[in-house]
Design a binder for this molecule. Structure first.
Ligand code: NAD
Length: 291
């Protein structure tokens, strides 16, 4: 069966309601899709809806979102307590669960049972092999990478990843969805870290190594890229926002797959993760953050 076309998509399931999943759900609902959010940890999807509600409320106060847009967006969003409830009947599923291959493979194999053969299955993976994820489900030709950036409702880029089995029609649908979400997409071949993580992580890890070597303090390393190269945010601050645990697992995956020492995680990153200093979400990382 041919993969769904972008114009035919109405119902979107989002699996994983953490940092990325809740933002993806918001942008999809704001763009007119009916969104069903599911998280494996009970209560997380409901909490995510609450977060979206208060963020929209904030938008209304600041004059960035109309009261009508807030109401319509919220009316299109629901939290579901199982993957089955969320994904059955959805024309598009976007997976945003932790960056662990075994979890993604399990989820995609379940999606193969639950979803129609024509549904487009997207993964928000930052670094794992899309081709391998796709092999865990039936009809791997409809599996694409839909790599959003944090926060998904603000960041314009969508990295559409083409796996070894991904069909042209699936890429076409993904590009149509991207445009409907107001995103500016790029298409990249499935390779470790794609374009964005590979470049972003390389810069972040080098900044951490410079910190370890005492080359400069955190703020000055960041300022070097902000003022010297016009980056809106330095690499250590970006790492704090992404989450140091997320950065560590991406670096480990790139190190494993690309070899050499380029992506070997610096000790300072391992230490911070071990101490629970995960960046903004935990209240501290390279910077102190208010929780
Ligand atoms: N954080 C970022 O800035 C960022 C940016 C782009 C892409 N990504 C990618 O997005 C994905 C999610 O990252 P995140 O930062 O949102 O992680 P997160 O830890 O904030 O959220 C993941 C959520 O998935 C839930 N979960 C775990 N197993 C599940 C399952 N089987 N079914 C449903 N829910 C499940 C967890 O309870 C958690 O709430 C990862 O692949 C990551 O690499 C992250």
């Amino acid at each position: 069966m041919a993969v769904v076309r972008a114009a035919e998509i109405q119902r979107v399931a989002v699996a994983g309601a953490g940092t990325m999943g809740h933002g993806i759900a918001r942008v999809a609902a704001q763009s007119g899709f009916e969104v069903r959010l599911f998280d494996g940890t009970p209560g997380v999807a409901d909490a995510a809806l609450e977060k979206i509600r208060s963020s929209l409320e904030e938008g209304v106060k600041r004059g960035k979102v109309s009261a009508r847009e807030r109401e319509e967006t919220l009316s299109r969003l629901s939290a579901k307590s199982s993957l089955q409830e969320s994904a059955a009947g959805a024309e598009l599923v976007i997976e945003a669960i932790p960056e662990r291959m075994e979890l993604k493979e399990l989820l995609f194999s379940e999606l193969g049972r639950i979803c129609s053969e024509s549904a487009l299955l997207g993964s928000n993976t930052s670094s794992l092999s899309l081709s391998r994820i796709a092999r865990s489900t039936v009809h791997p030709e409809r599996v694409v990478g839909l790599h959003f950036f944090n926060p998904p409702h603000r960041m314009k880029l969508l990295e559409v990843v083409r796996g070894e089995a991904t069909s042209d029609a699936a890429v076409e649908t993904a590009l149509g969805v991207a445009r409907k979400l107001g995103k500016d997409p790029i298409v990249v071949k499935d390779s470790p870290g794609f374009a964005t993580s590979r470049l972003g992580v390389a810069l972040g890890l080098e900044a951490m190594r410079m910190l370890e070597e005492g080359i400069a303090v955190v703020e000055d390393i960041d300022k070097a890229m902000e003022l010297g190269y016009g980056h809106p945010m330095g690499p250590l601050r970006v790492s704090d926002l992404v989450g140091l645990d997320v950065r560590l697992s991406i670096a480990e995956a790139l190190h494993r797959e690309l070899g050499g020492s380029r992506f070997e995680p610096p000790q300072i990153l391992r230490d911070k993760v071990r101490m629970g200093k995960l960046g903004k979400k935990s209240g501290a990382g390279f910077y102190p953050w208010e929780k």
